[in-house]
Design a protein around this ligand. Sequence first.
Ligand code: C2O
Ligand code: CU
Length: 530
Amino acid sequence: AKTRHFKWEVEYMHWSPDGLESVVMGINGQFPGPTIRARAGDTVHVELTNKLHTEGVVIHWHGIRQIGTPWADGTASISQCAINPGETFVYRFKVDRAGTYFYHGHYGMQRSAGLYGSLIVDVAEGEKEPFHYDGEFNILLSDWWHKSSHEQEVDLSSNPMRWIVPQQQRECRLRGNEQYAPHILRVQPNKTYRLRIASSTALASLNLGIGKHKLVVVEADGNYLQPVSVDNIDIYSGESYSVLFTTNQDPSNNYWLSINVRGREPKTPPALTILNYSPTSASRLPNSPPPVSPRWDDYGSSKAFSNKILALTGTPKPPTTSDRRIVLLNTQNFIDGHTKWAINNVSLVLPPTPYLGSIRFGLSNAFDQKRPPDNFKHDYDVMRPAPNQNTTSGNGVYVLRFNTTIDVILQNANALRANVSEIHPWHLHGHDFWILGYGEGKFTESDVQKFNLKNPPYRNTAVIFPYGWTALRFVADNPGVWAFHCHIEPHLHMGMGVVFAEGVRRVKRIPNEALACGLTGKLLMNNVHK
Ligand code: C2O
Ligand code: CU
């Protein structure tokens, strides 16, 4: 195993993600940031310097469990203090498992500002993937906004809330060397390719298909799947997949690869690129139309797709019983007229002192010591707007007993307006969980009988469908403090998340740089002066 060294500078720069020049957050002058490529067992060492002049920054390594390095998880207010302008912070962690991952900002809405990139982990030297392929491509999906993330933050927090609207792209003629030119997939006939896809979107749920080509889904979030052949795949923010496709079509044509919006009425045209068969010219337009994806509101097909995703034999299996069940009701509410999201009626607002340090050093005035609720009122009607639409903010923590098995039931409900319930992709830091099942309406005790304990997918992101529930199980075996939240950036910003803490007393060394703010910062100063 090797140590892979990177020296990065985060800065604002001009870039044209979609043909209109904007200010984006880049790394070493690049957007998206550089791709990290390592092998399972390697150590990744990133020296990150904040070159933003007036704001802090952190980077989260999405899908990397940070076993033994909870301080390197890159979550502001949770695992570390934001890195101040001009300062450098060293992220050093092991990538223990092959897979398709990505990284992104985890402070305010910096992910929406363009702070993200790919992280690919290959199998360890001498090991093999459980499938064969001749070549690979990597696509990191995102959505782009013409308003700055700062303006979006103010819009979302205002009273009344101004919802963010994606902008229509202008028509343009491409020469191919533009910053927004499509990424063409050049292929040889009669070969098998691996397409890695991760979604770092701020908001959009997407669907990807390649005209006339089947996709065989083989990996999700760094875990292998029972291969399943589909025409197109749904991908929610926070998820990653690998699909295999075989170039068995007429090589004198090219084919469309198309990405469409799901779950929200699209105001933008599909994103297109082409699969270019050698030796056909890349400028030859396909003679078959782009693949059709399901309608944006066809939730039946979304559910059918999610239910097809099952673990490959040999994937770790869930414990057959759990020690604790936490039921999390997802609702949209108001605080003094401001629109918020709340979990069991608590809208998350992070404290100034990161939890990892404050819990490790027992600083009980760093955040609310009252534990948030494990359930909601049993007579709550998830099919209707809440009878009381007001909520309160909080920063309490779910303390999980070390090494116990936790079930989380994510319960969706009606939002503020009648007949509205949205999709939310929930992402857990520091662990993978088993997705034991999806169901309609309100979860009841008898649903436990339907849990899939045989081959549930093992992942770090799971979606909840409108008016439905999703059941997850994980083992609280990774000492640290971990975010669990909706991966839609504006939703998290509006409070849609919770915090889990487990085994924090076992955490050994936390670098001082991760602690140098708030009450842990004061503690450090006092120790120096003693
Ligand atoms: Cu990719 Cu906490 O998120
Ligand atoms: Cu959400």
